[in-house]
Design a protein around this ligand. Structure first.
Ligand code: KIV
Ligand code: ZN
Length: 382
């Protein structure tokens, strides 16, 4: 029986922190509804004390979405937690996400606290959050650069205080996959009460490792993944929801885990979030990029036309994409051209096809892509 992995979406909180992004309330609600339909388990809708807009987002989604947990972020401060508790009042299963830094860097330069003071502050915050809900997630900011023995101590104490999910953020995107896996595995091995909480991966993409680290964290024993649609988020972004969801499906042999994600909705939600945030999805983006199922070279086209799986590990229909595309360029071969012409209703004998193919190569050498209109002209002139 596969293990369940919970999907915690933070598109509306960490994702909205992307420089230049500001979503309206109605856009947040529409994205929240789409996320619920997609099958995420928890939606982090905002940081309620940070602005009236964030308060309203958490409050509105808490009212509107009943089959998903709605979560509000707080610092480890009573006032933050009270405001989040208020925003989450209408939620059917509210989650408070509180915490503070654990790395010596954050303790010294940002928090100006000793390890002991920070631990005490965190424990107090969890106890305070319990006034509002038993569903408490504790984040240890900058875990990726923290001293492991201190991390183990914090995890043990905040679980004793009532935290039920422990978030281990690689806030600065510093770790490599094997380090992040070992961090999770180390927590599981060294924290005596770890069976009372779910471990969560929260990775940033500063070195392009966010997805790899999250997957490694799951191998290390985490059972929650924190993600955003299209990987948007602070600086280089967060782990991309669509990449993790598809990795679990395509490499089921390795992970043997299950989520509730309806993968066929992935492309639609990617487009929705891109449209509302104004953040373009790069063409070569994994899973949802415009080129993800497009084949340009003759060798690849020949393979895919004979059997799709030669060059595609994902059937585009799985993510809601129409079909693989054959892009005609100077690198395309006869098989690709013949296929496209047949799709357009043109079938020629071998001699005529060779003539057309020579003309096609001449045109293709001048253009990045040969389009249907070019082909029509090519076949109708002699
Ligand atoms: O990256 C981070 O550490 C965060 C926390 C606030 C969870 O976003
Ligand atoms: Zn983050």
């Amino acid at each position: 029986m596969p293990d369940r992995v919970f999907v915690f979406d933070t598109t509306l909180r960490d994702g909205e922190q992307s420089p230049g992004v500001r979503l309206s309330m109605s856009q947040k609600l529409e994205i929240g509804e789409a996320l619920a339909q997609l099958g995420v388990d928890i939606i982090e809708a905002g940081f309620p004390i940070s602005s009236p807009g964030d308060f309203e987002a958490v409050n509105t989604l808490a009212k509107a979405l009943k089959d998903v947990q709605v979560c509000g972020l707080t610092r480890a401060r009573e006032k933050d937690i009270d405001v989040a508790g208020e925003a989450l009042k209408p939620a059917s299963n509210p989650r408070i996400h509180t915490g503070l830094g654990v790395s010596d860097n954050h303790l010294q330069f940002k928090l100006k606290m000793s390890r002991e003071e920070a631990l005490e502050t965190g424990v107090k915050a969890v106890k305070h959050a319990k006034r509002y809900t038993d569903n408490i997630e504790y984040f240890m900011e900058d875990s990726g650069r923290a001293d492991r023995s201190y991390v183990y101590k914090v995890v043990e104490e905040v679980i004793k205080a009532g935290a039920t999910t422990i978030n281990v953020p690689d806030t600065t995107g510093y770790t490599l996959p094997m380090e992040y896996r070992d961090l999770m595995a180390g927590i599981r091995e060294n924290v005596p009460n770890i069976d009372k909480a779910v471990l969560s991966c929260h990775c940033h993409n500063d070195l392009g490792m966010a997805t790899a680290n999250t997957l490694a964290g799951v191998i290390g024993g985490a059972r929650q993944v924190e993600v955003t649609v299209n990987g948007i988020g602070e600086r280089a972004g967060n782990t991309a929801l669509e990449e993790v969801a598809m990795a679990f499906v395509i490499r089921e042999d390795l992970f043997n885990v299950q989520t509730r994600i309806q993968c066929k909705n992935l492309l639609a939600i990617s487009r929705l979030v891109s449209h509302y945030t104004g953040m373009m999805v790069q063409r070569n983006k994994a899973v949802v990029g415009a080129n993800a199922y497009a084949h340009s070279s003759g060798i690849h086209q020949d393979g895919v036309l004979k059997e799709r799986s030669t060059y595609e590990i994902i059937d585009p229909a799985m993510v809601g994409a129409e079909k693989s595309e054959i892009i005609l360029t100077a690198r395309s071969g006869r098989h690709g051209l013949k296929h496209r012409l047949a799709e357009m209703g043109f079938n020629f004998n071998e001699d005529r096809f060779e003539e057309i193919y020579s003309k096609f190569i001449e045109v293709a050498d001048k253009k990045t892509e040969v389009l249907d209109d070019d082909l029509k002209e090519l076949v109708t002139t002699r």
